[in-house]
Design a binder for this molecule. Structure first.
Ligand SMILES: NC(=O)C1=CN([C@@H]2O[C@H](COP(=O)(O)OP(=O)(O)OC[C@H]3O[C@@H](n4cnc5c(N)ncnc54)[C@H](OP(=O)(O)O)[C@@H]3O)[C@@H](O)[C@H]2O)C=CC1
Ligand SMILES: Nc1nc(=O)c2c([nH]1)NC[C@@H]1CN(c3ccc(C(=O)N[C@@H](CCC(=O)O)C(=O)O)cc3)C=[N+]21
Ligand SMILES: [Mg+2]
Length: 295
């Protein structure tokens, strides 16, 4: 079997059209655009590019973008004061603090300070609790985007065996909760998992969120499985720079029914689901019914 290559960029573009309509309707009704605040501490070049692309996308879809870039030496108090200000700012519907923060900062304290109604990254413990309890809250962008792609490929996920490799609060754990809510039987794998290859080989759905270049081998994949590759690793081969996923894409494509590429798969979806969450947060904060985004 040669896998269908899932086009995350195209899917994200379609979702973006509906978000832009929802943003315009919100602006008509309230006199202001939905607002997203992105906070970056320090000057990691990859994070800078990534934060800039979020701001550009927000504006492209008719939202307001508030970008706060703070120096690496920023104190906890300064960062906490900024979060308090963003919580109190009526024009801000969503707050994203780019992770990881520099080592001297306490990220849990920062995340817990974010108003859960504005937690568009789904990182607050209350957001995680809502998700685990089946209550409406904001869901972490990357897993939400992965779920949209899976449902688009497979329709109902009910009864399928899924494995999520990686258990971070940002990706792996919320991904497993979303799949469980879709009635998958979910295995959560991590660095201490025994016989990972064998466990991956039993799964109809593989979501890889580890951050180790091509660690999941093509011959581990069950024939006809659907593979979602979240990992992004920068590697240099023959003097050329490449961005690669956690899955050996070429070999896995021979086994899978469908697979996301890196780049062009999950990454573009993460940016668009952030816009999706910002729009939802804006509507909910006003107690307006959330528009149908078809995803
Ligand atoms: N494309 C996108 O939109 C996004 C991409 N990413 C990328 O996804 C990757 C994961 O991100 P994130 O979840 O934040 O990463 P973390 O580093 O927070 O988590 C990595 C997870 O992988 C597990 N792990 C490490 N080594 C192994 C191994 N040998 N076998 C099995 N599991 C292992 C760890 O296990 P343990 O808990 O035991 O340590 C941990 O749970 C990164 O490459 C990141 O850049 C992240 C967010 C968005
Ligand atoms: N609070 C927080 N929330 C996050 O969601 C978050 C974070 N911190 N810290 C870092 C990770 C990483 N992440 C990516 C998002 C998009 C692409 C993306 O768009 N990738 C493009 C390629 C971009 C390129 O070429 O570098 C693609 O895969 O096609 C990648 C990685 C979000 N993260
Ligand atoms: Mg991390």
């Amino acid at each position: 079997m040669t896998a269908h290559i899932i086009d995350g960029k195209a899917f994200a573009a379609g979702l973006g059209d509906r978000i832009a309509e929802g943003a315009a309707a919100f602006a008509d009704r309230t006199g202001r655009a939905p607002g997203l605040a992105v906070v970056l501490v320090g000057s990691d070049p990859a994070s800078e590019i990534y934060v800039r692309s979020k701001g550009l996308m927000a504006r492209k879809l008719g939202m307001e973008s508030f970008e706060h870039t703070l120096p690496a030496e920023t104190t906890q108090d300064t960062l906490m004061a900024l979060i308090a200000e963003l919580n109190a700012n009526e024009a801000v519907d969503g707050i994203l603090v780019q992770l990881p923060l520099p080592d001297h900062l306490d990220s849990l304290q920062v995340i817990e300070a974010i108003d859960p109604a504005k937690d568009v990254d789904g990182l607050h413990p209350l957001s995680a609790g809502y998700l685990a309890s089946g209550l409406p809250g904001l869901v972490s962008c990357t897993p939400l985007g992965c779920l949209m792609l899976l449902k688009d490929q497979l329709g109902s996920l009910s009864g399928l065996d899924a494995i999520v490799v990686g258990r971070s609060i940002l990706v792996g754990k919320p991904m497993a909760q979303l799949l469980l809510a879709e009635n998958c039987t979910v295995t959560m794998a991590h660095s201490r998992t025994a016989d990972l290859a064998e466990k991956v080989g039993k799964a109809d759905i593989v979501v890889a969120a580890v951050g180790r270049a091509e660690m999941i081998k093509g011959d581990w994949i069950k024939d006809g499985a659907t593979v979602i590759d979240v990992g992004t690793s920068r590697v240099i081969r023959d003097g050329q720079k490449y961005l690669v996923g956690d899955v050996d894409f070429a070999a896995a494509s021979e086994k899978a029914r469908a697979i996301t590429p890196v780049p062009g798969g999950v990454g573009p979806m993460t940016i668009m689901t952030l816009m999706h969450n910002t729009l939802i947060a804006a509507y909910r904060r006003k107690n307006y019914p959330v528009p149908e985004l078809g995803a």
